[in-house]
Write a protein that binds this ligand. Structure first.
Ligand code: ZN
Ligand code: ZN
Ligand code: FE
Length: 762
């Protein structure tokens, strides 16, 4: 039987995950001749052999890919047969059409860890051990295709043993681009703030041991990781953690804690099955879990917070350091307050000079800054809250391809941007709040870089409606002629639709802190009837006055006062509420006048503001040290067993329905005055909001039919709210919540991209 030929183009996460070596073995097993290579768009295979041999090969290719690879598309075309002997991996070609296929960074695998811990292995205690199933990827990539020559490993010449592994199809390190060993790879060093090398290091030993000793003694050590420097300290030492807070100028925002393995995580936290799975996932996010009470983590790690962000070691260096210190370590981004994390050695020494006592660094450069991701299990579903290392630059497949390449610029806080082309979208790494120069610079640099990796020339630029966002200003300055402003909550809803492949229409419950509406007020308690093309605002929350604008978000007592004045027609029993005892009478009366007259007190519909307002009342908290702090604390205090709910009303206001929470606020005050403890009040408040949401959805469904419901916006990071809302909507409605795309503003850009494409289409 004559041979035939097939060209097989594979798209997805197929570079840097051992995919070509696997194809090679598959081809040899199956008696297929030909070649495989990386191209800028993924992997291309040219296969030759009898028809049934080729069919079997393609079928196995589709069915069996190795674990870290994700196949989005396998396209097969017939090509003329060639007479070739055997099967080979050929060098990459630079394709015309680029599509990023750089994989995300992968946590150290079990096989590599075993070698690092084995005294007889040549990689014993070698901190840069990796293989095709693990190691740095995105963070070391300089260009596509993903090949050693295009990474920061390019300068390290492989020794003969590593070279043999790299070339041996039977080896775990066959074409492992960052392959390295103590003889040829990067080296660790311990440096003090002045740049003096304290412990140069070949395999390990010196530097790790010295750093560990200092950590045990309470020092703060900057540790170079995959996507940037961390600041590490002993998480069991109140003194060390307090010192880190002082130097980093961070009041109460929780620090993440790194532990060696799952067994140790169980020691500090109470874990559910899904949480264990998420902690051990190859993406290794920080997972927010319930702290075990009475255990030895310093309280200053997450002051007054029942949750703690845990993450497992994800590089050999982490494993060695944790084994040596023999205790959990705070691992927080190496930066000052909200700036991007430091990535270069010189930059780290300059920016972290006043914070870190020592620098545990090495000579493998970080090309792409990438923060740790943060995730949480919400109503049994793993939910990414901050999307960065481990997830970026994995593509989000689109059910409806975009017509023209789009760049979506994202929001202002917790920013990420998004590119979309064809049937894929790529969210950039978490950039953070665009309110300092460093962050804005980082933002523009990352956009530039992503654009180069993807080889995309955007034709449409999407942005928020808010004119003062740095991301909006960036959009306006860009050369592309087509700009599309997308309403914030429409973008939230579209982001959830895109993630789940929903075409719409859907009922989108978009609850968050704030986002500019089309009427000039701040929205955030919205129920939208939405498609990608447009939306109708079906319901919202009765707005609150924000006395002093953003100042009210920090001084949450102002929000409480606005809610009380509204609920009690200007005559609330302030004297009896503990919150107001501490507020000077003069300040109180100034704020009340602002609220009453609406002077410097814009209206805000955000559900998050009600959590702040009622949380302030219930907890007696006057101010928040970071955005959403009081809302989060109020959420976490809620009594799980309490089923009662405060009343609310739902009424027509013009074309819309309005959820009126004045009865809820009065109920809260009655209970507080009657001495009901905070957990009960919080639970009834949560139940009231869930009931209100469900009532608004039910009313909309009567008019528009039983459409799918999506839950989106920062408020749906609140597990209790998600569970309560789902319970009231199911099974009458199909309910979708976020997963790999953040529910908060970190997922917004994806929705912006799709709306901008759809609007241009109409
Ligand atoms: Zn490995
Ligand atoms: Zn080597
Ligand atoms: Fe938002």
């Amino acid at each position: 039987m004559p041979d035939e030929g097939r060209r097989i183009e594979v798209r997805g996460t197929v570079q840097g995950v051992g995919f070509r070596p696997w194809v090679y073995r598959l081809a040899r097993d199956g008696g297929v001749a030909g070649r495989v290579r990386n191209d800028a768009a993924g992997v291309t295979i040219e296969a030759f052999g009898p028809t049934e041999v080729l069919d079997r090969f393609v079928a196995r290719l589709r069915a069996e890919s190795p674990p870290p690879a994700v196949l989005d598309e396998v396209r097969v075309a017939t090509i003329p047969a060639e007479t070739v002997a055997g099967f080979e991996i050929t060098t990459s070609e630079r394709g015309e059409r680029r599509r990023v296929s750089i994989p995300p960074d992968l946590a150290t695998c079990g096989a590599c860890l075993a070698e690092v811990l084995d005294p007889a292995d040549r990689r014993h205690r070698y901190p840069f051990t990796n293989c095709t199933a693990c190691g740095p990827r995105y963070t070391i990539a300089r260009d596509v295709p993903y090949d050693r020559a295009h990474t920061t490993m390019a300068g390290f010449a492989l020794c003969s043993r590593c070279f043999n592994e790299y070339g041996d199809a039977g080896d775990r390190r066959f074409h492992a681009q960052p392959n390295a060993c103590p003889d040829c790879g990067p080296r660790l060093r311990l440096v003090d703030g002045e740049g003096w090398t304290l412990a140069p290091d070949s395999a390990a030993g010196g530097a790790v041991e010295a750093a560990a000793a200092r950590l045990r003694a309470g020092a703060i050590v900057a540790v170079k990781g995959l996507g940037g420097f961390h600041l590490a300290c002993d998480a069991t030492s109140p003194g060390a953690v307090r010192l880190l807070r002082e130097r980093k100028r961070r009041d109460e925002k929780p620090f993440a804690v790194m532990v060696r393995d799952l067994a140790e995580a169980e020691r500090w936290a109470v874990l559910e099955t899904e949480e264990r799975r998420l902690l051990e996932a190859v993406e290794r996010p920080i997972v927010l879990v319930r702290r075990r009470e009475g255990e030895g983590l310093a309280d200053a790690v997450a002051p007054g917070n029942p949750l703690v962000g845990l993450l497992l070691a994800y590089t050999p260096l982490h494993h060695l350091l944790l084994a040596e210190t023999d205790r959990p370590l705070v691992m927080t981004s190496g930066n000052l307050s909200e700036e991007p994390m430091a990535a270069g050695d010189a930059e780290a020494r300059e920016r972290l000079a006043g914070i870190a006592d020592l620098f545990l660094s090495h000579d493998r450069e970080i090309e792409n800054r990438c923060d740790d991701s943060v995730a949480r299990v919400i109503a049994t579903r793993p939910t990414v809250l901050r999307r960065a290392r481990g997830y970026v630059p994995r593509a989000v497949p689109l059910v409806r391809p975009v017509r023209r390449p789009v760049l979506a610029c994202g929001a202002h806080l917790k920013n990420t941007f998004c590119f979309a082309a064809g049937d894929q979208a790529w969210l950039g790494p978490h950039v953070g709040d665009l309110d300092n120069l460093e962050a804005c610079r980082h933002y523009e640099e990352q956009i530039e870089r992503f654009q180069r990796f993807l080889g995309i020339r955007p034709e449409v630029v999407a942005h928020d409606l808010h004119p003062d966002y740095f991301s909006t200003m960036h959009a306006e300055q860009r050369p592309e002629p087509v700009k599309v402003g997308v309403q914030h909550h429409h973008a939230h809803v579209a982001s959830a639709m895109a993630e789940h492949g929903l075409e719409g229409p859907v009922l989108g419950l978009a609850w968050d802190g704030t986002g500019l509406g089309t009427d000039g007020t701040a929205w955030g308690g919205e129920l939208l009837l939405a498609t990608f093309e447009g939306f109708e605002r079906l319901a919202t929350l009765r707005p609150l006055r924000l006395a002093g604008g953003d100042e009210a978000i920090r001084q949450v007592w102002r929000l409480a006062l606005a809610a009380l004045d509204d609920a009690f027609d200007g005559a609330p029993p302030l004297e009896e509420l503990s919150l107001f005892r501490e507020v000077p009478a003069r300040e109180r009366s100034v704020v009340r006048q602002m609220i009453a007259k609406g002077v410097q007190a814009p209206l805000a519909h955000g559900a998050g503001r009600y959590f702040d307002a009622v949380g302030a009342l219930g907890l007696g908290r006057r101010r928040a040290t970071y955005e959403g702090q009081v809302a989060l604390e109020w959420n976490l205090v809620a009594d799980e067993g309490e089923a009662g709910a405060y009343p609310f009303s739902l009424q027509r206001v013009g074309e819309m329905s309005e959820i009126d929470l004045r009865p809820t606020v009065r109920g809260v005050v009655d209970d507080l005055l009657a001495g009901v403890p905070a957990p009960g009040v919080s639970a009834r408040f949560h139940n009231a909001l869930a009931e209100a949401a469900a009532a608004a959805v039910a009313e909309a469904a009567e008019r528009h039919g039983p459409l799918p419901v999506v839950l989106t916006g920062g408020c749906f990071q609140n597990e209790r709210l998600v569970v309560d809302v789902r319970r009231r909507l199911e099974p009458a409605h199909v309910v979708w919540q976020h997963g790999e795309v953040p529910p908060g503003d970190g997922g917004l850009a994806l929705g912006q991209a799709l709306v901008a494409d759809a609007v241009g289409r109409a």
